[in-house]
Write a protein that binds this ligand. Sequence first.
Ligand SMILES: Nc1ncnc2c1ncn2[C@@H]1O[C@H](COP(=O)(O)OP(=O)(O)OP(=O)(O)O)[C@@H](O)[C@H]1O
Ligand SMILES: [Mg+2]
Length: 370
Amino acid sequence: MTLLDKISNKKMVIVGGSGGVGKTTLAAAIALKLAKAGKKTLVLTIDPAKRLASTLGLERFQPKPQKINIDTQHSLWAMLLDVQHTFDTLIRTHAPTEEIAETILKNKIYQHMASAMASTQEYIALEKLYELHEKNEFDAIVLDTPPSAHALSFIEAPDRLANFLDGKNMEWFLKPYAYAGKWGFRILSKSSKMVLNLLEKVTGLKLLQDLSEFMLSLESFYEGFRDRTLKAKSILKSPQTSFLIVTVPEFSVFEDTVKFQKKLSERQIRIDAILVNRMTPLVLLTDAQKKELESLKKHDLSGKERSILSLFEKYQHLAEQEKRQMAHLKKLMPSSIDLFPIPFFEKDISSIQDLHLLNLHLFHGSGTLP
Ligand SMILES: Nc1ncnc2c1ncn2[C@@H]1O[C@H](COP(=O)(O)OP(=O)(O)OP(=O)(O)O)[C@@H](O)[C@H]1O
Ligand SMILES: [Mg+2]
């Protein structure tokens, strides 16, 4: 089965994997392929380096779909994920009153959390995918996942965020203060007052006020939000979604890939394929060429000629080693998961033409090993 067979009938394609392996590049290439196959396709990207924008011929990305100029018959769109904007919209949607929404949006703790909390970006990516999917304006949406060191943080994000918002662990000391802020210190026990007084001295009053105000306002719309995170999470398991993992032939990254697949499988999330990016290309030699190479070595070669030959052999050796590692990775995976190798390109991928070239490899094989 080719990669196109696997994804062409899906409405969402999630491209996950460890940091720096080529997720953004491959998400764009896949979106281009789907657009070329006649689908109105959107690539939802998180590319702080802005490399992809110029690859696609855009000056810069915007937090709304922008049409990419590929040709007149096909429709490819790109959109940058704007974490802060999406989060703010979410707060406005779920807060019971405008006043509560404003209180939260102006709250320092919220502002800090929305932009800095590790799982926010991951959760927002999923949330945005859910929202765009609901709107049904595109035949296919390809989601490039955030640059996190660990691929897993992406699938754990909705739970982590929900737990944080639930705030059970903070409640014990924030709640008394929150209510005290509302009703006055009278209702607090003597010891709580002492603790709070101390905390105020140590941390500064404003922080506690901000935190308690934040927790109280969150309480009022927590249910709606929780429901939303569950729906966003359900995308991961939907039969309309294809989950692809990108990896590169490096021992530690392969190890991460195996762990990632296991965790996904524990959560009943199915992976369709593993894209093994940046493989060293193996030069296939015929038997006659191999013989010729051997006899060449016996010749009286200059130092320069010898080093070129040795470099070629090292390169071939590395390519063979990577091929074996890939075969090993395949064995560790359930048989339904196909592996698609993509060679290391000598130059950076920096134009739509380059993405087309990459697609010649990505969509060429049938998931069997080279
Ligand atoms: N097959 C390839 N051959 C050569 N260069 C590649 C290949 N695939 C990706 N690259 C390059 O590798 C770099 C990193 O790729 P990319 O930004 O897509 O990775 P990423 O997984 O999205 O990274 P991050 O985790 O930081 O978001 C880019 O400069 C890209 O052009
Ligand atoms: Mg990226």
